[in-house]
Structure formats: structure tokens, C-alpha cells
Ligand binder design. Sequence first.
Ligand code: SIN
Ligand code: FE2
Length: 204
Amino acid sequence: MPRPVPTTTLAGVEIFEGYLDRDTQEALVSDLRDVVAQAPLFAPKTRFGKEMSVRMTSAGRYGWFTDACGYRYIDAHPSGTSWPPIPKRILGIWRALASKEREPDCCLINFYGETAKMGLHQDRDEADFGWPVLSISLGDEALFRVGGTERGGKTQSIWLRSGDVVVMGGAARLVYHGIDRIKFGTSPLLSQGGRINLTLRVVD
Ligand code: SIN
Ligand code: FE2
């Protein structure tokens, strides 16, 4: 299958709007319930001691983590339990849009409640920026902001909706990006509302 063409490109970031149909979105949520049952969501603290507004967990060989020691990948959930494997359906999306050569090591699962947001940042805790980062949006709409590769540059924004997939690769691998806010209750996918973002990355 040829690689699908993005519906929008923002500063080199590819956006595949509506890539996942409703049935697939529901199946993903069900896959994620199994992951979260094994590796519960937690509220990590930044190096500055501030609790993040998103709650998170991971699947894969590594999970992304932050505490007083800073941002890094760790090989087990903070409870000591191992990270569950990345669900097959999620790996299929990676193969179709990111790479057929290598699987991701980490699927970070971020849950955004009504007031959660994510400040502008680069994804740079990985060893090799040659591999793209792929992110999947499920649930409520979110205002995604994309800048350049330097802090403080001009930014552009787009609303991400349930089923949209974003790929940051090539020259756009290190762009600054973040979520300003979500529009709570705009998607029926999660019965309690909120948004899930899955971020797939090759780590080492
Ligand atoms: C992130 O960059 O870690 C999350 C992006 C998103 O929630 O869409
Ligand atoms: Fe990120």
C-alpha cells in the first residue's frame, strides 16, 4: 500500500485528518483500557516540582517519565510493574504512516481532562531524531500549536479531532508543539469526556 497523503501540513508537520474511523477509534479505546488496567494513569511532576495537568502511562519497552530528576524513559511503571506491550492495532498505524523498518519502543498515553493542557516543547529525550514521532488523537477536540525548531518563533494552530493522526518527522522532527486547551465534551467517544493522545516514538 502506498503511504497515504496528509490532508494538511503545518510547518512540515503532517496531519492526517479523520484517518481513523469510528469503529477503529472505539477498538483503540478498548485496547487502551487493558493497558491502563495493568499500568494505571499517574500524574507526573516536572523537574520543578509542578504536577502536570495531563495524566499518563505508557506501553512498550520504555515509558516516558518525569520527576525531580527530569525527563527520561524508564523501563517499568512507577509501581514496579512492567509496561504492557503496545497494542497490535496501534503498531499497524505506525507501520502505515511512520515506518515499516522499525517498531516504536514507547507508546505514551496522555489523558486530558477538562482543564488539562501541554506547554510548547520539543520531543527530544530520544537517541535518534531520524525516526519520526507519530501521535493519535482520540476523544475531545484539542487546539494543537506548532512552531519552528527554535523556541520563541512564530506558531500556527489547528484543532485536532478524534481519529486524526499527526506525524512529526524529517525537518519537522524537532518542532516545538503543545496543546493550548481541549474543548470538553465535543466528542462522544469517551463517555466521561476528555481526550486521549497516543505518542509513538523510537527511543534508543
Ligand atoms: C505531546 O506532544 O506530548 C502531546 C501532543 C498531543 O496531545 O496532541
Ligand atoms: Fe510532544
